[in-house]
Write a protein that binds this ligand. Structure first.
Ligand code: QAP
Ligand code: CO
Length: 173
């Protein structure tokens, strides 16, 4: 299966992803194809809609203290739901679908999340730090929300200007 990253302003990123009801080989194939895309593009998180699959699936591989991302640390979350949120934190976010742009975004500091794994088994985790931020960023994708939507009007305008210039330079190098 060959998947490609969908980049802003592609409208497909605005789709609401659908709940996964069948945990079959097709789901596993999508998950298995997402992992190398995330690693090859230096990502730490990827939602299925970013590879044009409108299903409630995300993967995460948060770097450890040494900045390593061993495959053992890969997390796969199907149908994730935030059941508890607390506190505020600000982090400079990026997104594989919004290349080369980073900006501060405010999120909840800690969250509790219910989700299913690739076999449909239910799990609960309590997250804070970068994991909490990444989960919130990826769950936003399932609702068609991008981190740039969370910027102030002035910063969003600055983004649109810089991003347009970047796309033009990429087309006409
Ligand atoms: C979401 O983002 C995230 O612009 C995952 O040129 C962001 O993996 C979670 C990336 C912040 C937590 C904190 C972005 C790679 C990767 C780029 C990513 C780029 C190359 C973004
Ligand atoms: Co993203």
């Amino acid at each position: 299966m060959k998947l490609n990253i969908v980049e802003y302003p592609d409208k497909r990123l605005r789709q609401i992803s659908k709940e996964v009801k069948i945990f079959d080989a097709k789901l596993h194939e999508i998950l298995d194809a997402m992992y190398p895309i995330m690693m090859n593009t230096n990502g730490i998180g990827l939602a299925a809609i970013q590879v044009a699959q409108a299903i409630r699936v995300l993967i995460l591989n948060i770097p450890d203290e040494d900045g390593e991302q061993p495959k053992d640390n890969l997390m796969e979350m199907i149908n994730p739901v935030i059941t508890y949120k607390d506190g505020d934190t600000i982090y400079q976010e990026g997104c594989l679908s919004v290349p080369k742009f980073y900006e501060d975004v405010k999120r909840f500091e800690s969250v509790h999340v219910n989700y299913q794994d690739r076999d449909g088994n239910t799990h609960t985790i309590e997250a804070d730090g970068l994991l909490s931020i990444a989960i919130q960023h990826e769950i936003d994708h399932l609702e068609g929300i991008l981190f740039i939507d969370k910027l102030s009007y002035a910063r969003r305008k600055k983004f649109e200007k810089e991003y347009k210039r970047m796309l033009k330079e990429r087309k006409n190098p």
